[in-house]
Design a protein around this ligand. Structure first.
Ligand code: C2E
Ligand code: MG
Ligand code: MG
Length: 285
């Protein structure tokens, strides 16, 4: 009944056992979540961001992995469920805190730490104390603000523009970068980009053709090229995610985009493995 009520395109649906299975799976995830959080079953994986100027480590994204009963659950199997309630907010703050703990450790050990971006679900936007809560965690570990970036997804459907503006402006004042995640995946809004002082535009992999020699790719390439140019002209840093081939890298470089993230370079990796990369990372100074 709820599905029929909440889906705008249909007025009725037929019952199907699969609907029940999905519902039961979601209930199971919800009931396991808080205990799992307490038991620290969630781990931060880091996926490197690479500078295409010198192919060196330029940053990383913190991505969540759930270790449960000897198995790793990928985010797609639980994040959409947690996003239906406030549960996702607890996970986002857990991830921010663990990211800060790691950065603090790297700085104390004298490693050349890089800026790490943390995903923040739109669900957090209703929280009146959101900015204070983010700052409290970062400052608890005395992490210099330049090491943190907050990624917010670009979805126009549930946009609460005033709340979004408040948080992006607030973070900017504190010297914390913000990025528009998955740009191009949903209903990309130009006013969202124009009205707010974002630092980074993170272009979704759906803009990337898989096979660069395929003729159908022309349209995607034209769009990608102009989105990169537009972003840079209005002063946004540009990164493309989901890079899997050398042809895609060539194309990015030809179009002045010099930051990339994707399996071609690295998959998201556990902290130990990422620390090995940091140890080899030459100092910027
Ligand atoms: P995202 O923030 O857009 O993260 C990038 C996703 O693309 C990651 O999937 C990453 O593993 C994947 N990816 C990176 N390079 C490639 C590539 O070359 N090819 C392909 N096919 N995929 C690539 P992952 O880790 O499964 O995360 C999926 C989504 O789950 C994330 O998308 C993000 O929206 C969400 N997520 C993950 N961790 C968190 C979290 O702590 N909080 C919140 N709110 N969302 C999270
Ligand atoms: Mg992201
Ligand atoms: Mg993304």
């Amino acid at each position: 009944l709820n599905i029929a009520k909440n889906t705008k395109t249909v007025e009725y649906i037929f019952f199907d056992k699969k609907l029940m299975d999905k519902l039961e799976y979601a209930k199971k995830i919800e009931s396991m979540f808080y205990k799992a959080l307490e038991n620290e079953e969630f781990q931060v994986y880091f996926q490197p961001k690479i500078s295409l100027n010198n192919y060196q480590l330029a940053g990383a994204e913190a991505l969540c992995r759930w270790f449960h009963n000897g198995k790793i659950l990928p985010p797609d199997s639980f994040i959409p469920i947690l996003e239906q309630s406030k549960a996702i907010c607890f996970l986002d703050f857990y991830m921010l805190e663990h990211t800060c703990m790691n950065i603090r450790k790297w700085l104390d050990r004298g490693l050349n730490a890089v800026k790490v971006s943390v995903n923040l679900s739109r669900r957090n936007l209703g929280d009146m104390d959101l900015l204070d809560n983010i700052l409290r965690i970062i400052d608890k570990y005395s992490v210099p603000h330049k090491y943190i970036e907050i990624e917010l997804t670009e979805t126009a459907v549930d946009v609460n523009f005033d709340e979004l503006k408040k948080i992006v402006l607030g973070l900017q004042k504190e010297g914390i970068s913000t990025s528009v995640d998955d740009f191009g995946m949903g209903y990309s809004s130009l006013s969202l980009i124009r009205e707010l002082p974002w630092n980074v535009l993170k272009i979704d992999k759906s803009f990337l053709p898989e096979d660069m020699s395929d003729k159908k790719t022309t349209q995607k390439l034209i769009m990608l090229k102009h989105v990169v140019a537009m972003a840079q002209d209005i002063g946004l840093e540009c990164i493309v995610e989901g890079i899997e081939t050398i042809d895609q890298i060539k194309f990015l470089k030809e179009n002045n985009c010099f930051l990339a993230q994707g399996f071609y370079f690295d998959k998201p990796m556990p902290v130990r493995e990422f620390e090995d990369k940091l140890a080899k990372n030459p100092s910027k100074d």
